[in-house]
Write a protein that binds this ligand. Structure first.
Ligand SMILES: NC(=O)c1ccc[n+]([C@@H]2O[C@H](COP(=O)([O-])OP(=O)(O)OC[C@H]3O[C@@H](n4cnc5c(N)ncnc54)[C@H](O)[C@@H]3O)[C@@H](O)[C@H]2O)c1
Ligand SMILES: O=C(O)C[C@H](O)C(=O)O
Ligand SMILES: [Mn+2]
Length: 582
């Protein structure tokens, strides 16, 4: 008799005669206890223990999920460092995924900075030294030729969401070699906790093309391949093989490209975005997040988006993603391409991006200025500096995506007060140590006038007896909903329209939070749901929705459909499958 295709090599989800779901498992005994998606540790019922051959292997008392959460959270609180807390939670995730996500749901605001930015940056750095459990998929230069065989070893059969990095520009901390796997894992934890994608539908990927960090190559404990990065056509071929392999094994999967250096980020995005549904989080997720923030900030100022003049610092993946999204946002608000462009000034390490500048890249060209654009500016050197741009362009909005700590200086921020009563200042670089300015300084320098958001979490600022909110401007408000909406609609492509809709949704949802430019992190699951619903609707409207069941739904029906598909951390009964091997 043919065996049903399992969602995992080890189990399938089925409905019983009573209509309730259960997991039909074909692995029993000690092995079962080592599969985090199946392991309930102390919560197996007596019937499960007997049927699955684990009596005597687990303690006598059957705990409830509530008891397990209490026990585990108390131990969590005893950890003394953020990295220790990160390791503790990750170990839990690798032991019992339902319990991990149940605790995370209860303490989302507290644990996000531990599992995700900023602590994930530390975990990336020391990844080879804290490695424990084989989570995710790693393919290297040694085995890319057999990527399809290797993907065949992944025990999941229905992966829908992949986060893949080549680790060339992790957050603002640069090339991290194999350690970047921790970012893929962290982002996908958010896909489940915030977006609602089932953990068995997610696959973190490390594309190990080597590293240019000699200290890593020289470290005998380093777990990646010990050679320099692939470049040029060899690099492209590596990625081609990977994308082909994914398309063959997981034809319904969406790929999120993460933390690719600016030299490859744009190329990889464009090369594959019409081949497999895919997007670049640092370019598009960040762009949508920043656009939402400046829309909200303009609203708080009682002005329009089109009233602002933007200076974006850092012309890499994040910075240009932000500049492009703001340009699209201005055009949606009625400006022509030329008028939108004229309101956006992009500054990189040489100063204002200008034609003829050394190292100007193709993807930066549309933002480069000509000498006549800056005629009449008071400039000391060859290229206008950040300070000179802010003054001469009369900037009202300053966004940092450089990874350079302390880049926004007091005189420059103060100069914005000449241009506007309420400067918008977003130092968006991560992790915390790489932020372009301390939010407290921005509030102080502007006597409370600045509207501030940072990429990493900062406490609200107390100043002159008042409390000033600091938004967390992180693409975490976009990607879980954007990806989930694409999964739900089985989008054939992630269009610019879908990304813009994600931005508009975040801006619309933020309006309920008064003086805030981003919602509180505690609202991230609700926000992601709204983003997913509107992204799915946009996919339908643009004709890229392959999921027939949602094409004719009303808005309310679509929302209910998405809600029903959100994975929630609770134990399902395990039953031994008819074809299980003892
Ligand atoms: N908040 C968010 O959601 C978010 C999203 C994406 C990226 N980021 C942050 O943005 C930063 C950059 O990331 P990326 O992926 O764009 O990296 P990237 O390497 O692609 O780009 C960084 C750019 O900054 C420029 N730069 C360096 N020093 C500079 C200086 N002194 N003045 C002006 N420009 C300078 C570089 O030349 C480069 O073009 C990182 O810290 C990252 O964490 C934040
Ligand atoms: O990872 C984050 O916190 C956001 C962003 O993708 C980044 O690279 O900084
Ligand atoms: Mn990133």
């Amino acid at each position: 008799m043919p065996v049903s295709p399992r969602v995992s090599r080890y189990y399938d989800v089925r409905r019983g005669e009573d209509g309730h779901r259960f997991l039909d498992v074909n692995v029993t005994g000690f092995s079962l206890l080592h599969i985090p998606l199946l392991n309930k540790t102390t919560a197996f019922t007596r019937e499960e223990r007997l049927a699955l051959g684990i009596e005597g292997l687990v303690p006598p008392h059957t705990s409830t999920l509530e008891e397990q959460k209490d026990r585990t959270y108390l131990r969590y609180l005893e950890q003394t460092t953020d990295l220790g807390r990160h390791e503790y939670l990750r170990a839990l995730q690798d032991r019992n995924e339902v319990l991990f996500y149940a605790i995370l749901a209860d303490h989302l605001e507290e644990m996000l900075p531990i599992l995700y930015t900023p602590t994930v940056g530390e975990a990336v750095r020391v990844f080879s030294h804290i490695y424990r459990y084989p989570r995710g998929f790693a393919v290297s230069t040694e085995d890319i030729g057999r990527v399809e065989d290797l993907l065949g070893n992944v025990p999941l059969n229905d992966v829908r969401m992949i986060v893949a990095t080549d680790s060339s520009a992790i957050l603002g901390i640069g090339d991290q070699g194999f350690g970047g796997m921790a970012i893929s894992i962290g982002k996908l934890s958010l896909y489940t906790a915030a977006g609602g994608v089932g953990p068995d539908k997610t696959l973190p990927v490390e594309l190990d093309v080597g590293t240019d960090r000699q200290d890593l190559i020289d470290d005998p404990l380093y777990l990646g391949v010990h050679h320099k990065r692939l470049t040029g056509s060899e690099y492209d071929e590596f990625l081609d093989r990977f994308v082909e392999g994914v398309a063959a094994r997981y034809p319904k999967a969406i790929i999120q490209w993460e933390d690719f250096a600016r030299g490859t980020a744009f190329r990889v995005l464009e090369r594959y975005r019409k081949v497999v549904p895919s997007f670049n989080d640092d370019i598009q997720g960040t762009g949508a997040m920043a656009l939402a923030g400046v829309i909200s900030a303009s609203r708080l100022k009682g002005e329009r988006l089109t009233d602002q003049v933007f200076v974006v610092v850092g012309a890499g993946a994040g910075g240009l993603g932000v500049a492009m999204a703001i340009r699209q946002g201005l055009m949606r608000a009625g400006l022509s391409y030329a008028d939108a462009n004229a309101r956006i000034f992009v500054v990189d390490r040489h100063g204002l991006l200008m034609h003829g500048q050394p190292g100007l890249e193709a993807f930066q060209l549309s933002f480069a200025r000509s000498p006549q654009d800056v005629a009449g500016w008071e400039v000391a050197g060859e290229w206008p500096t950040l300070h000179e741009v802010v003054v001469n362009a009369r900037a009202t909005s300053l966004l940092g995506l450089t990874g350079v700590p302390g880049l926004f200086r007091q005189p420059t921020v103060e100069a914005m007060l000449v241009n506007t009563a309420r400067p918008i200042v977003f130092p968006l670089s991560n992790p915390t140590s790489n932020v372009e300015a301390q939010p407290a300084d921005l509030v102080r320098w502007t006597h409370g006038a600045a509207i501030v958001a940072s990429g990493s979490p900062f406490a609200d600022v107390e100043y002159g007896g008042e409390r000033y909110p600091v938004g967390q401007g992180n693409n975490a408000f976009i990607f879980p909903g954007l990806g989930f909406g694409a999964v739900i609609s089985r989008a054939r492509e992630i269009t610019d329209g879908m990304v813009m809709e994600a931005a508009q949704t975040l801006a619309d949802e933020t309006a309920q939070y008064g003086e805030r430019v981003y919602p509180p992190v505690s609202a991230i699951r609700e926000i992601s749901l709204r983003v997913a619903v509107r992204v799915a609707r946009q996919a339908i409207n643009e004709g890229v929705c392959a999921e027939r069941r949602i094409r004719n739904l009303t808005d309310a029906e679509l929302e209910a459909f998405v809600r029903r598909r959100q994975w929630v951390p609770k134990y399902l009964p395990l039953r031994k499958a008819a074809d299980a091997r003892d």
